[in-house]
Design a protein around this ligand. Structure first.
Ligand SMILES: Nc1ncnc2c1ncn2[C@@H]1O[C@H](COP(=O)(O)OP(=O)(O)OP(=O)(O)O)[C@@H](O)[C@H]1O
Length: 266
């Protein structure tokens, strides 16, 4: 099968597995992953710590190559997408350039996508993640949560077609996180961005995603697949509804079941 069989924008993982060969021996990180993420949808990836979620994200970003199988986005490879500035990612460590100001770090995304940086768009995105007033600060002068928000602003300002977020709000305080959870996905949905995010928060997965994939312990496989259909998702009151509580319980049960299988196998 090739990516040409799929409409533009779908992310297709076909028989993807990954093994790390290190001095301490081989680590089978991913079992076999066969999944298609529909273009324009937001998918959340949840699973036990160390199961291979970040590894899958890195393969989809084209930062590593799968040991077996292929990844396509529409009819392009991840590297093709990156080359034309259509793929943006924010990982846990935020990876801002320490010698650049916040504004310059965010503007860098536009430089990379070969669009001329529009200062108004850069400042508007900084405001959207709640960092107005910090434009001239350098990363060392920002808190961990602020750096994460800066990294997300840098991702979104370039209007990527594919957005990969690894624990994007991990270091962000609860109140800001709630606001961003409502505000930022609305923005990337409006634009038709395909998004894949790794999160340890089941609530976040339920509130942000159109689909939740539950992974097994290493070597990771996808063991459950939930469609999220919430009315009025953008309403902050959604979190306290029966629909959210029910889905949260179902995803938790799938995660527990997957973790129990590992314990039983030991
Ligand atoms: N470069 C590497 N070399 C060897 N092993 C690695 C490497 N990177 C990751 N691993 C191993 O692969 C497995 C999967 O790691 P990965 O970071 O993908 O897990 P994760 O599900 O994202 O974890 P967490 O939820 O804790 O962030 C882990 O056992 C990890 O130790």
């Amino acid at each position: 099968m090739t990516g040409k069989d799929h409409p533009r924008g779908d992310v297709v993982c076909d028989g993807v597995s990954h093994r790390f060969d290190s001095r301490n021996g081989a680590v089978e990180a991913l079992g076999q992953i066969d999944v298609t993420l529909e273009g324009g949808q937001t998918t959340a990836l949840v699973g036990p710590s160390g199961c291979g979620k970040s590894t899958l994200l890195r393969l989809i970003a084209g930062l590593d190559s799968p040991t077996t199988g292929t990844v396509h986005i529409g009819d392009e490879s991840p590297r093709d997408l990156r080359r034309r500035g259509a793929l943006a990612m924010a990982f846990q460590d935020a990876s801002l350039l320490p010698w650049r100001t916040l504004r310059s770090n965010v503007a860098l995304a536009l430089g990379l996508s070969r669009r001329s940086p529009d200062p108004a768009a850069v400042d508007a995105m900084i405001a959207r993640v709640g960092l107005s007033g910090f434009e001239a600060r350098r990363p060392a002068e920002l808190s961990g949560g602020m750096r994460q928000r800066a990294a997300i602003a840098r991702c979104l300002v370039g209007r990527p077609e594919l957005l990969l977020l690894d624990e994007p709000f991990g270091a962000v305080d609860e109140l800001t996180r709630r606001r961003l959870n409502h505000d930022l996905p609305a923005l990337w949905r409006e634009r038709g961005t395909t998004a894949l995010l790794v999160t340890h928060s089941i609530t976040e997965a339920v509130l942000l995603a159109d689909r939740i994939l539950v992974m097994s312990p290493r070597p990771a496989r996808i063991v459950a697949d939930f469609a999220v259909k919430l009315p009025r998702r953008e309403d902050p009151g959604t979190e306290d509804t029966d629909a959210v509580r029910t889905l949260r319980a179902e995803v938790s049960a799938a995660l527990l079941e997957s973790a129990d299988q590992r314990v039983a196998a030991q």
